[in-house]
Design a protein around this ligand. Structure first.
Ligand SMILES: C[S@@+](CC[C@H](N)C(=O)[O-])C[C@H]1O[C@@H](n2cnc3c(N)ncnc32)[C@H](O)[C@@H]1O
Length: 196
């Protein structure tokens, strides 16, 4: 169902799922029981962001881990340049190997760094499961302001996190909204917070 919605990306998505389900588990980046849930919990969830990002954008995936959501988004959107930001050596090495194997090296870069130490500017910052929104904003605002946006996959906690980040948002002159997203018809929906 998911690969039917992204026919141009189906083979690369399958290759990435293969990497996650083998080396991702062997290297301890994915839990041993995640194997059956890779498509729904990880790949479909990440692909929910594809329609939020403008054409040709320069994108950063902050706290990319095993490449989520950045690698599925990069695979499905060949118009994007994507930087996977990840501070841990083992995870950054995993990401470099995955980028090479998937043949994405011309437009996907791995940057071993913490978000708050990164000095680049992006049109869009995406992320999942890295930190509560208030802390995430402290780390990432310099990466996308002025002019860009943050799209953070957040699920059920979205409204609570926006409330808790009220002061940070006001001080930065930013506003936040909750988006209901779905990678493809029939796929489980998810939610994201868009800040800009
Ligand atoms: C729970 S994992 C989530 C990984 C991936 N985004 C996912 O959804 O599967 C959190 C990731 O954020 C990274 N991380 C933690 N603090 C960070 C920071 N200050 N800047 C960038 N990444 C950070 C961790 O190394 C880890 O890979």
């Amino acid at each position: 169902m998911l690969t039917a919605a992204f026919p141009h990306a189906a083979e690369e998505l399958r290759n990435y799922a293969g990497i996650l389900g083998t080396r991702g588990i062997e290297w301890g980046l994915m839990g041993p029981r995640e194997g059956d849930k890779l498509w729904q919990r990880h790949i479909a969830n990440s692909l929910a962001l594809v329609d939020v990002i403008s054409t040709g954008a320069e994108v950063a995936d902050v706290g990319s881990g095993a490449g989520l959501p950045g690698l599925p988004v990069a695979i499905a959107r060949p118009d994007l340049r994507v930087t996977l930001i990840e501070p841990l050596l083992r995870r950054a090495n995993f990401l470099k190997e995955a980028v090479d194997e998937l043949g994405l090296g011309d437009r996907v870069t791995v940057l071993r760094s913490r978000a708050e130490d990164t000095r680049q500017h992006f049109d869009v910052v995406i992320c999942r499961a890295v930190a509560p929104l208030d802390r995430l904003l402290k780390w990432t605002t310099p990466l996308f302001v002025p002019g860009g946006m943050l799209a953070a996959l957040k699920g059920e906690s979205a409204e609570d996190e926006i409330r808790a980040a009220g002061n940070v948002l006001r001080n930065a002159g930013l506003s936040a909204e909750v988006l209901e997203l779905r990678a493809a018809p029939g796929v489980e929906p998810t939610r994201a917070v868009r800040v800009g």
